[in-house]
Ligand binder design. Structure first.
Ligand code: HAM
Length: 474
């Protein structure tokens, strides 16, 4: 290494990579409160926690979410574990190609053969690994892998953890973000199931004190009625194609429903004039949608119907929903979900109903912070600071810290001796409520001094009375 390069290396600062971030105390205390509340609320609805790997084969996501979706098409973090064993055999139909051009022509010809293409794609999907962009596909994979159809149905599962999407980072949008995901698998597709899943997430937000949330719902039909609507929409969009932006123009071909998602100002008027799916549902879907709305009303869950809510993933059918929260700017969807009957079969499993949602935990925390929920309220400050001086007092202080922590109190024990004045100042800075003062006098007399830091009040206590005394103060 040259001297210059060595110097540069010395100065090099390591930073979290684009779109990822460190979450620090005291904010982590709020994350813990949110997750603890999820564990508690979800358990009251009969959900059990599942822990999943963060890497899966690319094929699992390509098959579940759809290859034309933004996530699979451009946002996956891929890891090539082993090279796909794809060989475009040069001499398959004759002598090996003589030139680079001939070789290219051969590759193109093989890729344009549908059966060859499929087999190559399958090999790539199986040998390439992906950091998971969402959890639903993995939950379904696990349901099949562990034969959960043999358990009493439905199986209700939730998981909390990081997801990865190579998106353009901005407020509320990260490349590593966290989801709280819940899924109900198997059993019936009775509208009460959809409504209860939505009721659960609304209860969770309420328990956290998150105010100003807005629930939007829609029904996007099923295999029977949606294709006809998609064709109608495609035809109508084609009539105004020239006035649409490049993304929407492309989507007319690949996935016209996604055009309804567009937020491009210039397209809004045109989109508003498009046919509504509610007018094109088959009788079963229309009946199911009426049922879901009735069940929500029975539960006192307030909703708004939004015919443009189609969601960005291919696996959805019938009920879709999204929840927005205040204080988030343009990335204001804090939860998205819907029904996905048929996904399990697509992954090689038995016919199984499915519905679920995922909450963006980063956005949820951001919204809580922006609407005045201080992380300091849940901050893990020590309840008690032990100000000790002298060798004998130190041994007593260690014993006191051990007993108090065993009783569940948070205790700060300074590792080196400090003058009492300095120790009390430190206790104040850390936000401790009490200081336990242990000097020679206290140790000899067996009467310990407990100081309440807010008002400076001092009390004398025996060691054996301390725990009970503190419990009464809480
Ligand atoms: P999704 O709408 O792609 O749905 O994501 C759900 C939520 O994750 C979003 O509403 C948002 O809060 C959060 N989120 C998504 N991308 C990011 C990002 N880049 N940065 C921060 N937060 C983000 C799903 O993932 C489905 N699997 C939900 C589901 C479960 N449907 C049925 N079951």
């Amino acid at each position: 290494m040259s001297e210059g390069a060595a110097k540069k290396e010395e100065r090099r600062k390591f930073q979290a990579i684009k779109g990822t971030r460190d979450i620090l105390p005291p904010e982590t205390a709020l994350w813990n409160r949110v997750e603890q509340t999820a564990h508690e609320v979800f358990a009251t609805f009969g959900f059990g926690e599942i822990r999943l790997p963060v890497i899966e084969t690319l094929g699992l996501f390509a098959r579940s979410l759809g290859t034309e979706t933004d996530i699979v098409g451009k946002e996956m973090f891929l890891l090539a574990e082993r090279e796909p064993s794809v060989v475009v055999h040069p001499g398959r139909f004759g002598p090996p190609p003589q030139s680079e051009q001939e070789r290219r022509d051969e590759v193109e010809r093989v890729f344009s053969e549908p059966s060859m293409r499929e087999s190559i794609e399958q090999q790539i999907e199986e040998s390439v690994l992906a950091l998971r962009p969402e959890a639903t596909a993995s939950v379904c994979r696990a349901y099949i892998e562990h034969s959960m159809q043999q358990l009493p149905q439905p199986v209700k599962l939730y998981c909390i953890g990081p997801m990865f999407r190579r998106e353009r980072p901005q407020k509320g949008r990260y490349r590593q973000f966290y989801q709280i995901d819940a899924e109900v698998l198997g059993g019936t597709d009775a509208p009460a199931i959809d409504a209860e899943v939505i009721e659960m997430v609304m209860t969770f937000f309420e328990r956290l004190g998150l105010e100003g949330v807005q629930l939007d719902i829609n029904c996007i039909g099923d295999k029977k009625c949606r294709p006809k609507y998609v064709e109608l929409l495609r035809a109508e969009l084609s009539k105004v194609k020239d006035k649409l932006g490049p993304d929407s123009q492309r989507r007319i071909e690949t996935n016209p429903l996604r055009v309804l998602d567009s937020r491009l100002e210039s397209e809004q008027k045109l989109i508003e004039a498009m046919p509504h799916i509610a007018d094109h549902l088959c009788e079963e879907c229309a009946e199911n949608y009426r049922g879901v709305k009735k069940e929500l009303e029975l539960r006192g869950v307030k909703y708004r119907e939004n015919w443009r809510l189609v969601r960005g993933l291919d696996y959805y059918m019938r009920t879709t929903f999204e929840i927005t929260a205040p204080g988030l700017g343009s990335q204001n969807a804090v939860c998205g979900g819907g029904r996905y009957d048929g996904l399990m079969e697509l992954l090689g499993g038995p016919p199984t109903k499915g519905i679920g949602f995922a909450i963006g935990e980063d956005r949820l925390i951001l919204s809580l912070l922006e609407t005045g929920h201080s992380p300091l309220a849940t901050r893990h400050s020590p309840l008690l600071y032990i100000a000790w001086m002298g060798e004998k007092a130190y041994a007593t202080a260690i014993r006191a810290a051990k007993n108090l922590r065993n009783a569940g109190f948070s205790v700060e024990l300074p590792p080196v001796e400090q003058k009492f004045g300095k120790a009390l100042g430190q206790a104040d800075k850390l936000g401790a409520r009490f200081a336990l003062i242990l000097g020679d006098n206290e140790v000899t007399s067996g009467q310990w001094t407990l100081k309440t830091l807010a008002d400076g009040k001092q009390e004398k206590l025996r060691e054996s009375d301390l725990v009970e005394h503190l419990k009464k103060q809480l």
